[in-house]
Ligand binder design. Structure first.
Ligand code: EPU
Length: 336
């Protein structure tokens, strides 16, 4: 089924709670629908959205917003140890994680309670608590917007890295993702080394899929605002990655600065810490600020426009650059 709307409000399609309108909004519930729509020769400006949890609309959108409502989860292959689960791109991300945990299939449990939909997990390579979705993704199926061709990208084709994939690089804006296939384990091993996750899981009675999910949900609830109550897009910035010499000089000047050495010799810094040190938890703008428990999350304090958020973000970037000489890059997609 295809649903088409004109002059459509995007308020319920962005977790920032920004009021913006699209000329046209088109929602598909099958691959055939998408292929049919694109095959009729649609050649206007278009943008594909998922759950709207990583977007900032700065203007009304003068074009067509495409949204996949393709549902369903199906085991397409399995052996004694692993299975391949093919999931529709419109499935709610946390519903997928909850289902895999209930089934006893390991891999996604550390990624519990992340807002958004399955399609975006492959674009953003969503990550949390030591796991990135890309590690589990075996295949991404898409329809190419230019000619309605159905394509498949295997794991290596996707070029996953920190919050990045080919769908944010060479293939950016060229596809609508229809299905993502995850490789999950029937004999789960647990990744509990991030922060206090291991301790939390211990308090819940030890490492099981359900306990890891519960612990992650509790940690996120304490640190991150719920989109139902406070408008935000989760982490607004990416954690900056700097050469080891830069990190060394910074930690000499700021001994408390958290640093995470990467295998390539570079060092990841904590954007939340850098932003907090610049005083932004205490000095919000009228409509926009950072979240009290996690400065990496920019929040809509009520009535913010996309432009207000962008102005605030620019001020944050400038302050971090001035104090630490470090450049912050946005994780959020700015549209309009
Ligand atoms: N910190 C501060 N002040 C703050 C925030 C953080 O000092 O306001 C410090 C913390 O004390 C800690 C360090 O910074 O020492 C790292 O903080 P945290 O563990 O909260 O993780 P993060 O690096 O800030 C990243 C992801 C989150 C993900 C967490 C846990 C990015 C951009 N963000 O945040 O992802 O949940 O790790 O894995 O990589 C998201 O993408 O929307 C998101 C929430």
């Amino acid at each position: 089924m295809i649903k088409q709307f004109n002059r459509y409000s995007l308020l319920s399609h962005n977790t920032f709670g920004i009021e913006a309108t699209a000329n046209q909004f088109v929602e598909f519930s099958s691959v055939d629908d998408i292929v049919g729509f694109l095959g009729e020769g649609y050649d206007g400006r278009s943008f594909v959205i998922g759950g709207g949890s990583n977007l900032l609309f700065v203007n009304d959108y003068n074009g067509t917003i495409l949204h996949s409502a393709i549902m369903g989860m199906q085991v397409v292959e399995e052996d004694d140890n692993y299975l391949l689960l093919r999931v529709g791109s419109g499935v709610n991300w946390d519903a997928l994680v909850a289902y895999t945990v209930e089934q006893g299939w390991g891999g996604l449990e550390n990624l519990s309670a992340i807002p958004g939909e399955v399609g975006a997990s492959a674009v953003q390579n969503v990550g949390a608590y030591g796991v990135e979705a890309g590690e589990l993704i075996a295949k991404v199926e898409t329809v190419r917007l230019s000619d309605a061709l159905c394509q498949e990208f295997l794991h290596d084709d996707c070029c996953f890295s920190y919050r990045h994939s080919i769908f944010k690089a060479a293939e950016k804006g060229k596809h609508i993702i229809t299905h993502v296939t995850y490789r999950l384990s029937k004999n789960p091993t647990f990744k509990l080394t991030y922060g206090n996750l291991s301790e939390k899981v211990g308090l819940l009675g030890g490492a099981t899929l359900a306990n890891v999910r519960k612990a992650v949900c509790e940690i996120r609830e304490a640190k991150l605002p719920s989109p139902d109550r406070i408008g935000s897009a989760g982490s607004f910035f990416m954690n900056p990655i700097v050469p080891a010499e830069v990190a060394e000089a910074l930690v000499k000047e700021y001994p408390a600065m958290p640093q995470y050495p990467l295998t390539c010799g570079n060092v990841k810094l904590s954007a939340g810490w850098l932003i907090e040190q610049c005083g932004w938890k205490e000095t919000p703008h009228e409509h926009v600020g950072v979240y009290k428990h996690q400065a990496l999350v920019v929040i809509n304090r009520g009535g913010a426009t996309g432009r207000d958020v962008l102005d605030f973000a620019s001020a944050v970037v400038a302050s971090v650059k001035e104090k630490f000489g470090v450049e912050l890059n946005m994780e959020v997609n700015v549209i309009g």
